[in-house]
Design a protein around this ligand. Structure first.
Ligand SMILES: [Zn+2]
Length: 106
């Protein structure tokens, strides 16, 4: 069982639909019991929606997604914070372009 603090760190990725497996299950279980984290999710979703509303829509070049993922995969990961950050970035890109502007703001 993860504590409130460790779940809080996963909330931005949760809002971006970038969590899977055990991380996703832990966040869902925690949210059912923690009003503070539910409020944070609501705040993050509002910020994400506001960012997306201001972003002009353009189709990216067809190979951009693969180039971004390859670039992120090539970056050495040396500590836990970086691992979480890059894993979140890669998951955001893989989950779809909709999540990318919100991740950049994160
Ligand atoms: Zn909490």
């Amino acid at each position: 069982m993860r504590d409130h603090r460790s779940i809080e760190e996963l909330l931005p990725a949760y809002v971006l639909d970038a969590l899977t497996g055990e991380d996703l299950e832990c966040v869902r279980a925690h949210l059912s019991a923690c009003g503070d984290c539910r409020e944070e999710v609501d705040r993050l979703r509002a910020a994400t929606d506001a960012l997306l509303a201001d972003v002009p829509r353009h189709d990216p070049p067809p190979d951009l997604r693969d180039r971004v993922i390859d670039s992120l995969d090539a970056i050495p990961r040396t500590d836990a914070d970086d691992t979480t950050y890059f894993a979140t970035a890669i998951a955001a890109v893989r989950s779809g372009w909709r999540a990318l502007p919100a991740f950049v703001a994160y």
